[in-house]
Design a protein around this ligand. Structure first.
Ligand code: FMN
Length: 320
């Protein structure tokens, strides 16, 4: 089951009319959700970076929940981003801690939809205004999903809107976000994307024990590799030992492309992987540092519990 982490960036939730409704609805409707209210945790804006990063690492789905302030996030949430999305956590050579997590912006906007238009008084679309957040997500390697936002969410008694109306919109907003989260976490595609990311994260480590890999392989798996063909679990084990004798641990498999096609028995996954690795001097790669793009084609099946089984695994180096 997926864990959702909601980071609330409202600077004063006690006086919120809509963000509180959204947060309460998410807590009621999502199975495994935790909420970190930055205004309660950090009234002095002094963010506990370690605690925030630990919470992010635990999560599969990250939601930044905030009221739109001056076309961006409130200062408290900006401070959280500046402090928490740090070097070697969210970016940099070891900054892969958020890679592959699903990421949503969820925010309430005061102005009406028609104002966020080249001809409206806000001139820019909402999507344009959140480009810096979208790029932050790209740099951190999270899966950036279409943001969920609602207009006309400001309530000032006798001036702007009716309380029942803004709170009804907040409930619709929460239901839409729940449905988007369920779509990405329960779909076969999302399961397979996560599986592939996890598979290569393990390959980066090249652990001595191969149990992690073997549990996801069919007994009659066929592996067509640049080094030759390997059949069955024994074949995989032979190939894995060869890989461990060639590549040093802590290599990097970047997943540059992922395409999925349904087949009669499950799915075909087409991947472009870029392997960056140090090799051992006594291996066929003679101690060279390599950067090798390969195309991979996998045939997999998924059982009812979402467990993946690989039946066919083909790797072809990309020749320029
Ligand atoms: C400091 C501040 C800045 C705001 N900036 C914007 C803005 O740039 N665009 C907009 O449409 N609404 C803006 N609003 C309205 C808020 O987005 C709106 O009040 C909020 O989403 C309502 O959420 P709440 O009920 O949870 O406080 C602003 C409100 C405040 C207090």
């Amino acid at each position: 089951m997926s864990k959702t982490l909601v980071i609330s960036g409202h600077p004063n939730l006690a006086e919120s009319y809509t963000n509180t409704v959204i947060i309460d609805s998410l807590q009621a409707e999502l199975d495994d959700v935790s909420v970190r209210c930055l205004d309660v945790l950090y009234p002095d804006y002094n963010i506990d970076v370690e605690a925030e990063q630990a919470a992010l690492i635990e999560a599969d789905v990250i939601v930044l929940q905030f009221p739109f302030y001056w076309y961006s996030v409130p200062a408290l949430m900006k401070k959280w981003i500046d402090d928490v999305m740090s070097f070697n956590f969210a970016y940099g050579p070891e900054g892969d801690k958020l890679k592959g997590k699903d990421f949503f912006l969820s925010f309430t906007i005061g102005g009406p939809a028609e104002s966020y238009d080249p001809l409206g008084y806000n001139h820019f679309t909402v999507e344009q205004l959140v480009f810096p957040l979208q790029q932050t997500a790209y740099l951190a390697g999270v899966n950036y999903h279409k943001p969920v936002y609602s207009h006309r969410m400001v309530y000032i008694p006798n001036i702007y809107n009716e309380l029942e109306d803004v709170q009804a919109r907040a409930r619709v907003h929460a239901a839409q976000l729940v449905s988007e989260i369920e779509k990405v976490t329960l779909s076969d595609e999302s399961r397979l994307r996560k599986f592939v990311a996890n598979w290569f994260a393990q390959f980066d480590l090249l652990p001595e024990q191969d149990d992690f890999f073997v549990q996801s392989l069919a007994e009659d798996v066929v592996m067509t590799m640049p080094e030759g063909n390997f059949v069955g679990l024994a074949g995989f084990k032979d190939w894995y030992q060869l890989a461990r004798q060639t590549f040093k641990p802590d290599c990097v498999h970047d997943i540059e492309q992922f395409e999925l096609k349904a087949t009669e028995t499950g799915y075909q996954i087409e991947l472009r992987i870029r392997l960056k690795a140090e090799t051992y001097p006594d291996s066929s790669m003679k101690g060279e540092t390599i950067e090798l793009p390969v195309n991979e084609t996998w045939h997999v099946s998924l059982d009812e519990e979402g467990k993946v089984c690989i039946h066919d695994y083909k790797v072809v180096p990309v020749v320029s």
